[in-house]
Ligand binder design. Structure first.
Ligand code: ADP
Ligand code: UVW
Ligand code: MG
Length: 424
């Protein structure tokens, strides 16, 4: 019998770092011990929230924390000095550090991070300069603060390795596409893997027969068509910019629009570094569009409230999102030939935005989706909840997705394999 091991699952977003602590032994599913988050890195002061068990223990500002590295160091210090968490009292207690890496290129499964994988991940940052940086900075921080931990990368793109060739191919010069690896990759895959498993279990069907249309609506938003438990299509593309609009991202626009939005499209943006080049076009479309540009805030809860009070800009932002979402759902409905086990809402907006869910489902009534207003208004705390009307043709569900839990689950399953993988 092996002793219990500690898995740290790290989810570095563009503006936050979320870390969940799990204990696992060979026989068991990982058990969550604590969750800690530092949010608001791009809108200081950063804020820390800490939950252990079912208790909310801390919620306070941490003005000294300014970067992803700072955040990790602060989080590690906090966890190891919490006497209520004796399982993790020293950095060496961590066996595995799991990292959510948004862009994994051709990787279709998790990889232990050695010098070679680290270098490959750095190269991939060229394809996703705004997304992989935070995760790599934290890999460095773990390497220096927790030298005995095994670092493993879990890719947001891996779940989409099953997308068929015609769907992932852009209509561009195939030689250049091959050389520069230009294709649809898709993201939010850890979330979609979690959703597919949790929903299949909840509605009592085998995962490999689950046909779902899933919506991960957070500060980045995407849709995914899941057939037989696998990704058949998704709305994000080469980078997380494509598809649905988000908090600060435009989503799909006519590609030539960028030249009308700024005359500096091809120039380097001031946020470029010596190692990492970001064009003004990337900067503008990723950081200066979406809800922020349309309404002045990135908080969809606030946007919903203001729309109810009659704010026209906020109402338009909601209408735009609903319009794009129903377009994807309709397309995916056809891809699944109408054989749909459920439409699933997830991510911060999907889980908390009752008004948005209702607006989307109402527009989909011709396909057989119908909302149960009472259930939609108060979906409760279960991981998966049905919010569709009884007797409707298709189910509608809300899933509290958890990317850290998905990493921990996969890590525990492959623990021995990962330990034996060569590391430099
Ligand atoms: N009551 C609410 N109604 C609608 N959206 C909400 C509500 N509360 C929070 N949100 C949205 O959830 C988003 C965060 O979602 P989350 O999935 O946690 O984000 P991230 O992509 O950063 O992981 C916030 O940016 C906010 O727009
Ligand atoms: C891939 C992506 O957009 O991630 P997030 O929603 O965390 O920004
Ligand atoms: Mg997210």
């Amino acid at each position: 019998m092996t002793m219990s091991q500690i898995i740290l699952a790290v989810n570095a977003g563009s503006s936050s770092v979320k870390v969940s602590v799990f204990a696992t032994s060979e026989q068991d599913q990982p058990k969550q011990l604590a969750v800690i988050q530092i949010a608001g890195l791009t809108a200081p002061p950063a804020k820390l929230t800490y939950n252990r068990g079912d208790e909310q223990i801390k919620n306070r500002e941490v003005p000294d924390v300014k970067s992803a590295q700072d955040a990790y160091e602060h989080i590690l210090q906090h966890l190891t000095s919490d006497s209520g968490l004796p399982e993790l009292s020293h950095a060496d207690d961590i066996t595995f550090a799991c990292h959510r890496v948004v862009h994994g290129g051709d990787y279709d499964k998790p990889a232990r991070i050695d010098k070679e994988t680290y270098h490959r991940l750095e190269e991939l940052s060229d394809l996703a300069p705004l997304h992989n940086g935070g995760a790599l900075a934290i890999v460095e921080a773990v390497h220096s603060k927790c030298p005995n931990a095994i670092n493993v990368a879990f890719f947001d793109s891996a779940f989409h390795a099953s997308i068929p060739t015609a769907t992932r191919t852009y209509a561009i010069d195939p030689t250049i596409a091959e050389r520069n690896k230009l294709r649809k990759y898709g993201f939010h895959g850890l979330s979609y893997a979690f959703i597919a498993r949790a929903v299949a279990e909840s509605i009592n069907i085998p995962l490999d027969s689950a046909n779902l249309i899933a919506l991960h609506l957070g500060s980045g938003a995407s849709a995914c068509c899941i057939r037989g438990g696998k990704s058949l299509d998704t709305s994000m593309g080469l980078t997380p910019l494509a598809g649905l609009p988000g908090a600060t991202r435009s989503g799909d626009v006519d590609p030539s629009l960028i030249f009308h939005l700024t005359s500096d499209a091809g120039k380097l943006s001031p946020s470029s570094t010596k190692e990492l080049h970001i064009t003004t076009a990337e900067e503008v479309l990723n950081k200066q569009c979406g809800w922020k540009a349309m309404t002045g805030t990135t908080d969809f809860g606030d946007i919903s409230k203001r729309a109810e009070e009659g704010d026209e800009k906020c109402q338009l932002a909601i209408d735009v999102l609903v319009d794009r979402i129903v377009g994807y759902v309709a397309g995916y409905y056809v891809k699944l030939q109408g054989e749909v086990d459920g439409l699933v809402f997830a991510g911060g907006i999907g889980e908390k935005g009752a008004g948005l869910r209702k607006a989307v489902v109402n527009r989909l009534s011709c396909l057989g989706f119908e909302i149960d207003e009472a259930a939609n208004g108060k979906p409760g705390d279960d991981t998966v909840v049905e919010i569709g009307a009884k007797g409707a043709k298709h189910r509608v569900l809300v899933c509290q997705t958890d990317e850290q839990a998905e990493m921990a689950r996969q890590c525990a399953l492959q623990a021995e394999e990962l330990k034996n993988e060569k590391s430099a």
